[in-house]
Design a protein around this ligand. Structure first.
Ligand code: AHG
Ligand code: MN
Ligand code: MN
Length: 336
């Protein structure tokens, strides 16, 4: 299209996730492209997992005879399938040193540090909220990327960095559409998968979480076993006629809160005294995304999730995150 001299084009550009990553890389002349390759592996994984998720119940039905597929392999649960997709796509990237997954007890060391090379660790929850699949509810994938710490004594120790050290984080929501949310520390950008062309297309840059919204997201079935402060908060919020919204998949709940505001809580419970959610591949990446969108993410009053020093890759943490004013209201009620 030719634009007459003196006119400014009002054509909105179309940018794919791939193009976006290249644009970001151009802002960092020191970048070697290693991180971009890792993000592209995550984008391919997301498309592969999305296509499996779409066929969830069909595969059950079509593969029911003896529980085997046409290759004679046992049918696997989607948690395992999603995990394998991520391990295989990331495994091919030279820049990935170690991966850690909710589905693997131990981290997988892919390659050791070579002098002069920058390598990364990738931590992920391959399928978040997977019990929602039985009822065609939303599920997701969450990931967190750290630099490999050259000072760590053992390769796996280099994973145990606080969330503030993340270099990239994001989630993929497999809902009515497939949404990819990404931060590399310069705000949060959103992409939607266009199945017709097989690419994630950028739909929003610099997402800002609403400062306040009368909405909370928590499993209220556990209410009577929450610490008193959380119970006081819920009683207060209900007096104010707050809305209650809970998908049972952190990705779906946090996505809603990023766009519409409110607060997401997973407090300590009798069953899970440290909370249920995992610090390194659920709370840290989600906490950073929320902070990058202008929200707050705390593990306890005065304690940012991103400042928690991890001691194990599967450790759990309480989570309070969302609109800054709503997080403050929860904290206000937690004071004795
Ligand atoms: P996962 O499916 O990866 O184990 O995660 C489920 C998590 C999270 O997505 C959700 O917020 C929470 O568990 C729901 O737990 P409750 O059923 O205890 O509310
Ligand atoms: Mn999860
Ligand atoms: Mn999971």
């Amino acid at each position: 299209m030719t634009i007459p001299a003196g006119h400014v084009s009002n054509v909105r550009e179309i940018i794919t996730l791939q193009g976006h990553i290249l644009q970001q890389q151009a802002h960092h002349p020191e970048a070697t492209g290693t991180l971009s390759w890792i993000l592209s592996a995550l984008s391919i994984s997301a498309k592969m997992i999305a296509s499996q998720v779409r066929r969830a119940r069909l595969e059950d039905v079509l593969g029911q005879v003896g529980g085997e597929n046409v290759q004679g392999e046992q049918q696997q649960k989607l948690d395992v399938i999603a995990n394998e997709i991520l391990l295989r796509t990331l495994g091919g990237r030279q820049g990935v040193a170690i991966v850690a997954s909710e589905e693997n007890e131990e981290p997988v060391i892919l390659r050791n540090e070579r002098e002069g090379e920058r390598r990364y660790c990738v931590l992920f929850d391959p399928l978040d909220g997977s019990s929602n699949l039985d009822v065609c509810g939303a599920v997701g994938t969450i990931f967190s990327i750290l630099r490999q710490d050259r000072r760590a004594a053992r390769a796996e120790d280099s994973l145990l960095q606080p969330g503030r050290e993340q270099v990239a984080a994001g989630y993929i929501l497999y809902g009515p559409s497939t949404v990819f949310a990404l931060t590399i520390g310069a705000g949060v950008d959103l992409f939607v998968l266009d199945p017709a062309i097989g690419a994630f297309v950028r739909v929003q840059q610099g997402v800002r979480i609403p400062a306040a919204a009368k909405s909370y997201s928590v499993n209220e079935g556990n209410r009577l076993t929450f610490p008193d402060g959380y119970q006081r908060y819920l009683a207060w919020a209900q007096e104010q006629t707050y809305s209650s919204r809970y998908a049972g998949a952190m990705v779906a709940d946090v996505h809603r809160i990023l766009l519409k505001g409110g607060v997401f809580l997973y407090p300590p419970t009798r069953k899970a005294p440290q909370g249920k959610l995992r610090l390194m591949y659920e709370a840290n990446p989600m906490g950073w995304l929320v902070e990058q969108a202008g929200g707050k993410a705390l593990a306890a009053p005065g304690e940012r999730i991103l400042d928690v020093q991890p001691t194990g890759i599967h450790q759990r943490t309480p989570v309070i995150l969302g609109s800054p004013a709503e997080v403050d209201r929860v904290i206000h009620h937690l004071a004795p």
